[in-house]
Design a protein around this ligand. Structure first.
Ligand code: FEO
Length: 169
């Protein structure tokens, strides 16, 4: 079964959303690195790579289904943040937006009875639950830390350990 025009265009849009998310995480990584938070920076760099991998999953799926990849324009990401907490809050907002778009895609696929796409999207639905949970946990910890630099540095080291674990290092 050939992929519909509606799904092809929604998947192309999703590729752009994942690439925009990747750029946004790179911008957050740079902000942290400039402010000597190496752990948070590593965290965001890994997120950046994951989002690019998500974009590539959609890219490959579209090609495998005989669709045409047409990359959309990607807006410049935010680069100036007020605090560590604000960066993670922005990350959560971004993940929630991505989740909304994945659900939108899922709905189109379901309405069209395109079960191959429904099946493909399940991985993303589960992934978003994990992504939102991990960021929410960090936000809770950052709220407890407030603006105490000793606590923030401990969390920076914790972020580094978490990411090293996540990347198998
Ligand atoms: Fe590709 Fe973090 O969602």
């Amino acid at each position: 079964m050939e992929i519909s025009q509606a799904l092809e265009s929604a998947i192309n849009e999703q590729i752009g959303i994942e690439l925009a998310a990747s750029n946004a995480y790179l911008s957050m990584a740079a902000y942290f690195e400039c402010n000597a938070y190496d752990g948070f920076s590593q965290w965001m760099q890994l997120q950046c790579e994951e989002e690019r991998a998500h974009a590539m999953k959609f890219y490959q799926y579209l090609i495998d289904r005989g669709g045409v990849v047409r990359l959309p324009a990607v807006d410049a990401p935010e680069w100036d943040f007020d605090s560590v907490l604000k960066v993670f809050e922005s990350s959560l907002e971004q993940e929630r937006e991505v989740t909304k778009h994945i659900y939108g895609l899922y709905k189109i696929a379901q309405d069209e009875s395109d079960f191959a796409t429904v099946s493909f999207l399940k991985w993303f639905v589960d992934e978003q639950v994990e992504e939102e949970k991990v960021v929410t946990d960090m936000i809770d910890k950052l709220k407890m830390a407030g603006d105490r630099s000793d606590s923030l540095l401990l969390l920076d080291r914790y972020a580094l350990e978490q990411r090293a674990e996540a990347s198998g290092g």
